[in-house]
Design a protein around this ligand. Structure first.
Ligand SMILES: [Zn+2]
Ligand SMILES: [Zn+2]
Length: 304
């Protein structure tokens, strides 16, 4: 059985701090936040929370599971996540950018969180701009980051519950079948134990890891998740000579990249959200090559 995600987050961060000392300070800063997110996701997955039906016909039409679903179903979980996450987030955000006033400890009520969650899922930037204006002009990107940090663990809990019912439904798209977001990272699977006569599969199957809900799904190795480009002449790999298992997969057709880790070279297997903290140098290389990340994350937005 796999280790619980919160344990895997801690192990991954410890390993980064040990093997890549340049990241040790960052690990220290972000550990409490990331541990709390993983812990909340586990708590929600163990609760009797609202989970939508998986409709194979809808998925067949490329409509992800949460499309058009009201986030008011998750107001209790959003409130719990806000209560736990806001004090940690407040320590990382300058007072002048904090929503409401600098002393405001609970700037977002459940109904507002549900509204922002729906806006995030629907790609509706205007709602973030509108809500930000009502909060002492907090910058909309700050509000967006706060909302994502609160929504993420709730959707991760939902994704964990949906995992089983999604395993039989075919999905070959580059965006998440649950929440519709693009991947923050990809990985090649480890050798798997097949069970019969101790047969061992070769591994190396490509999976994408959702940037918002953390769901993992299989994807073709020869294709750009963002634009579907399969032309090998316009797709490129970059990596550091001493760490070939950590690489940048770039697509010249759409100008984006996604990081990819070969898990056959990793021991122990890293947790896929936490591992990104130790790969900022690859994002810097990609930026120098004028490539844009498929989706913005904390780790690919940090200026070096
Ligand atoms: Zn997702
Ligand atoms: Zn592309």
């Amino acid at each position: 059985m796999a280790a619980p995600a919160s344990k895997a987050v801690a192990t991954t961060l410890e390993s980064i701090a040990r093997t890549k000392p340049a990241y040790a300070d960052l690990v220290k800063t972000f550990s409490p936040l990331m541990a709390k997110q993983a812990e909340l996701a586990e708590t929600f997955a163990a609760q009797d929370i609202f989970v939508p039906e998986v409709d194979a016909a809808r998925l067949g039409q490329e409509v992800h599971v949460l499309a058009g679903i009201s986030c008011e179903h998750w107001i209790p979980q959003l409130e719990t996540a806000a209560k736990e996450m806001l004090p940690l987030l407040k320590e990382m955000i300058p007072d002048e950018a904090w929503p409401g006033k600098k002393d405001c400890t609970d700037p977002l009520d459940g109904a507002t969180l549900a509204r922002l969650a729906e806006a995030r899922l629907g790609g509706d930037q205007k709602t973030f701009d509108d809500v930000a204006k009502t909060m002492e002009e907090t910058p909309a990107p700050v509000l967006f980051a706060i909302a994502e940090n609160i929504l993420g663990p709730v959707l991760s809990g939902v994704a964990k519950k949906l995992n089983k019912s999604l395993s039989d439904v075919p999905w070959d798209k580059g965006h998440c079948p649950i929440c519709g977001s693009l991947p923050s990272i990809a990985y090649l699977s480890r050798k798997e134990q097949l069970g019969l006569d101790q047969l061992v599969g070769g591994g190396g199957k490509k999976h994408l890891h959702c940037s918002l809900c953390g769901h993992d799904w299989a994807f073709r190795r020869d294709t750009c998740p963002a634009c579907g480009n399969t032309d090998s002449k316009t797709r490129e790999l970059f990596y550091a000579e001493d760490a070939k298992h950590e690489r940048i997969e770039a697509c010249q057709k759409c100008g984006t990249y996604c990081l990819c880790i070969d898990l056959r070279e990793c021991d122990p297997v890293p947790q896929m959200d936490a591992v990104q903290l130790g790969l900022i140098h690859l994002n810097v290389i990609a930026r120098d090559k004028k490539l844009a990340p498929m989706v913005k994350t904390t780790w690919n937005s940090i200026e070096s």
